[in-house]
Design a protein around this ligand. Structure first.
Ligand SMILES: Nc1ncnc2c1ncn2[C@@H]1O[C@H](COP(=O)(O)OP(=O)(O)OP(=O)(O)O)[C@@H](O)[C@H]1O
Ligand SMILES: [Mg+2]
Length: 289
């Protein structure tokens, strides 16, 4: 399918560049800590802006891990660094014990990382089913199905792809909208469709960037259940979310970013009561609240 790049097509960083070819050869190596995803002292600068400033993070397999923090804290930039949109200015990213920073986006997908976007990115005029098939195709293109398949086999792939897409739509709760153009789906359903498309790549790790944004309370409740079910299928979930009820309700652990630095990490309750966190959110000393 054409247009695959449009989905992952993210603007290049102003100032920073993927071609900052320091090259891995001369770089430090980072000892794995046993996590599924590990950030080792990651710094991401865009010209004069330091979006991430020396971030260490370990996400364990099987966790639902939330990254929270005020607007501009660097949360989405973490996803962009992990998924190969940006090469970090300093530091390294390990997935399954291997360096992935500097990898291309399709390589990151192939390694087993999928994401959704803060600003929904769907093919608006394509049906929900087709949008999910594009997700699966991203996986195929990167080597899952060998090139040069015969036509009958290709047809079979296509049919199976459709069936899988419908199953995924069912899983996320939008099966009834499979044939509708993505643009006609209500906002909450578009968010779920994005999740289905991400799952179509069969990730080990799913990154969700503000999945509850724009959802009503009932939809948020359903989303909590969906995220749990995703984890229960064996997919690790890294979540960026502003809705504290949702974060506190489903996360095993939470890290809090402020100005690109981790100011707290722990179980939801510990983090919630941390004075630095309260201060970061309220912009005032904790005792002023
Ligand atoms: N491509 C870029 N070029 C220049 N600056 C950038 C770029 N991407 C992010 N930034 C800056 O990096 C900082 C962190 O942005 P980021 O989008 O990661 O924040 P965020 O925590 O996701 O915020 P929000 O909650 O509003 O989504 C901001 O100051 C932002 O303006
Ligand atoms: Mg963001």
């Amino acid at each position: 399918m054409k247009g695959l790049n449009k989905i992952g097509g993210v603007v290049k960083p102003g100032g920073a560049s993927k071609s900052g070819k320091s090259g891995k050869a001369g770089e430090r190596s980072f000892a794995p800590r046993g996590g599924l995803l590990e950030l080792h002292h990651v710094v991401m600068r865009f010209g004069g802006v330091t979006a991430i400033n020396g971030l260490d993070l370990t996400i364990n397999a099987g966790e639902i891990f939330a990254v929270i923090g005020p607007n501009g804290a660097g949360k989405t930039t973490v996803f962009n660094v992990v998924t190969g949109v940006y090469q970090p200015t300093e530091g390294g990213v390990l997935f399954d014990g291997r360096r992935i920073d500097g990898s291309k986006r399709y390589q990151v997908t192939k390694a087993g990382i999928a994401r959704t976007f803060q600003n929904i990115r769907l093919f608006h005029n394509m049906s929900a089913v087709e949008n999910v098939m594009v997700g699966a195709d991203a996986h195929h293109r990167t080597g899952f199905v060998s090139a040069g398949l015969g036509f009958p086999r290709h047809r079979k792939e296509e049919r199976e792809g459709r069936e899988t897409a419908r199953r995924l739509l069912d899983f996320v709760g939008v099966a009834h909208r499979g044939d509708e153009a993505a643009k006609n789906l209500p906002y909450g359903d578009q968010r779920r469709l994005e999740i289905a498309r991400a799952l179509a790549t069969r990730p080990k790790l799913l990154l969700l960037d503000e999945p509850a944004a724009g959802m009503n309370p009932a939809e948020k409740e359903a989303l909590q259940g969906l995220i749990r079910r995703i984890r229960d299928t064996g997919v690790t979930v890294l979540l960026i979310e502003h809705d504290m009820r949702l974060v506190m309700g489903i996360s095993d652990r939470v890290a809090v970013l402020d100005f690109g630095q981790k100011i707290a990490e722990g179980q939801p309750r510990e983090v919630q009561n941390n004075p630095r966190v309260i201060e970061a959110y309220l912009g005032a000393p904790a005792d002023a609240s």
